[in-house]
Design a protein around this ligand. Structure first.
Ligand SMILES: [Zn+2]
Length: 154
């Protein structure tokens, strides 16, 4: 099986402790989100049942409730997206591509991954990227200001 071989490679290539650590971070995050989603779904159901009993009184407020339900739903959807990102990260961990910098190939520190489990760059590369983006923005602004100046002259 290809999958099993990839998993074995991951464990061989990566330091054993690091593999376990990263897996732990992702699974812990996964559990947190799962229980949060389950809690929210329970809340939505309970509120739904309550409003049905109160009947007519709630009809006036139903639009407000709908908005609340929509917010809840959007939150649950966001959590679901995060869950699929975690699954993706776990899959990449098995393939030994998770936890390495996309730019330089160095290991991304555990501390960084704990704070940002979906980070694809190491701290140095991310900072370099941000500096470059800032410079690009500044250049664009200067160009914009310069052309404005020329327009005013004309
Ligand atoms: Zn890097």
């Amino acid at each position: 099986m290809g999958g099993q071989k990839a998993a074995k490679d991951a464990k061989d290539n990566m330091k054993r402790g690091r593999y376990d650590e990263l897996k732990g971070i992702l699974e812990e995050r996964r559990r947190e989100i799962m229980s949060e989603v389950q809690g929210r779904m329970r809340d939505v159901r309970t509120e739904g049942a309550g409003s049905a009993v109160q009947g007519v009184l709630d009809a006036a407020e139903s639009s407000e409730l709908d908005i609340q339900d929509e917010i809840e739903f959007a939150l649950i959807q966001m959590k679901a997206e995060t869950l699929s990102k975690i699954d993706e990260a776990l899959r990449r961990l098995e393939e030994a591509t998770y936890g390495y910098c996309f730019e330089c190939g160095e290991e991304i520190s555990e501390r960084r991954l704990r704070a940002l489990p979906f980070a694809v760059r190491c701290k140095d590369c991310e900072e370099a990227r941000e500096v470059k983006q800032q410079r690009d923005r500044l250049m664009a602004q200067r160009r914009g200001a310069a052309s404005l100046f020329i327009d005013m002259q004309g």
